[in-house]
Design a protein around this ligand. Structure first.
Ligand SMILES: Nc1ncnc2c1ncn2[C@@H]1O[C@H](COP(=O)(O)OP(=O)(O)O)[C@@H](O)[C@H]1O
Ligand SMILES: [Mg+2]
Length: 268
């Protein structure tokens, strides 16, 4: 019997993060994740109850190692929990086969990562086309959709540029275009501003707030309290538990912040 079958208790009572007050688009019910490394077991999540509402913008915060990325992987259907249930829409995805999980993921989820994860030898346009290739969209329709997505993030003049010819902020905007080109219902961003200067970070938050304004549910993992305050709700993790949930009172609006910054920092 593996040590992952038994989750040891740790001090501090977990909180249910259920306060989004709308239609639930994704729910985790008592979700645990344990990585069994043979000699040792890592209990990355220990019974997480989280509801994500349709169209909300949610921040997940917590110290390094608290389980944020593990939670993102589970709600993004990149992995399955050791125990507990994950419900997306009205479907239980906790133990779908890898193929069904991938199909569901490609339809519902867009990802943005801290390190952009663009293909280096491929233009911005083709990077954004890639998810459409996987979902079978062909020819002119595919490049038109990729162009539209790049236009949405203000990069219509950079279609042929390679990642190395773009600033970090621009690369992350390409990654956002790639995330939205499949028209997902949820965009998950894991430390999306972690490698960026303040201004580029604000720009990225502006894009994510814009996605939310267009009805997409946005979940942002961040270490940065200021970044989190661009969201409507903050859920805090520690040691694999939800320890706190907060509705953001004075939400920051990235577009306003960008306008207040110096012109030479402005994009393009
Ligand atoms: N693939 C993995 N294999 C083994 N342990 C892992 C793996 N991914 C994460 N962990 C461990 O799980 C815990 C939570 O990690 P993670 O979810 O990456 O936290 P965070 O994103 O908050 O820094 C850490 O102790 C980490 O070392
Ligand atoms: Mg992480």
């Amino acid at each position: 019997m593996s040590g992952c079958d038994d989750t040891p208790d740790i001090p501090g009572s977990p909180v249910e993060a259920t306060g989004c007050g709308g239609d639930v688009v994704l729910e985790t019910i008592d979700v645990s994740k344990c990585y069994d490394l043979g000699e040792i077991q890592v209990h990355a999540l220990r019974g997480v109850d989280l509801r994500i509402c349709d169209g909300e913008m949610l921040a997940i915060m917590g110290p390094s190692g608290s389980g944020k990325s593990t939670l993102m992987h589970l709600i993004g259907m990149l992995d399955t929990p050791t125990s507990g249930r994950i419900i997306v829409g009205d479907q239980d995805v906790s133990d779908l086969s890898p193929n069904r999980l991938a199909a569901m993921r490609n339809k519902e989820i867009g990802f943005v990562f801290q390190s952009f994860n663009l293909l280096a030898r491929t233009s911005a346009l083709v990077n954004v086309e890639l998810p459409l290739i996987y979902s079978g969209v062909t020819g002119g329709k595919r490049s038109q959709r990729a162009k539209d997505a790049l236009e949405r993030v203000g990069l219509e003049h950079r279609l042929g540029h390679y990642p190395s010819q773009l600033s970090g902020g621009q690369q992350q905007r390409v990654a956002i275009a790639r995330a939205l080109v499949t028209e997902p219902s949820i965009v998950l961003a894991d430390e999306p501003t972690g490698n960026l200067d303040t201004y580029s970070g604000i720009e990225v938050m502006m894009m994510l707030q814009d996605l939310q304004a267009h009805g997409i549910t946005v979940v942002v993992v961040t270490h940065d309290e200021d970044i989190a305050r661009h969201c409507e709700r903050i859920v805090r993790l520690r040691d694999g538990h939800v320890i706190d949930e907060e509705i953001v009172a004075d939400r920051l609006i990235a577009e306003q912040e960008a306008q207040e910054m110096t012109p030479e920092e402005a994009w393009e």
